[in-house]
Design a protein around this ligand. Structure first.
Ligand code: SF4
Length: 64
């Protein structure tokens, strides 16, 4: 799912400490940086949210 990042999303992510990136997912292998389910994960890795940018949320995300 692709979200366009706006100021409200940035604020809510900060306030509620939203988890959405591979680094917070149970399927993430921190040693390799890859997804253990072998999904391409370049778009799901942690990056600061930028207003006007995109957040590409993985449907298989499962918080650790
Ligand atoms: S399941 Fe999705 S969010 Fe989790 S590590 Fe794999 S690509 Fe990242």
């Amino acid at each position: 799912m692709i979200f366009i990042v706006d100021e409200a999303l940035v604020e809510q992510a900060r306030r509620f400490r939203l988890l959405y990136a591979c680094e917070s997912c149970a399927m993430f292998d921190p040693d390799s940086g890859n997804c253990s389910l072998e999904y391409p994960n370049e778009e799901h890795r942690a990056e600061p949210l930028r207003v006007g940018g995109h957040l590409v949320f993985c449907k298989e995300f499962e918080a650790r």
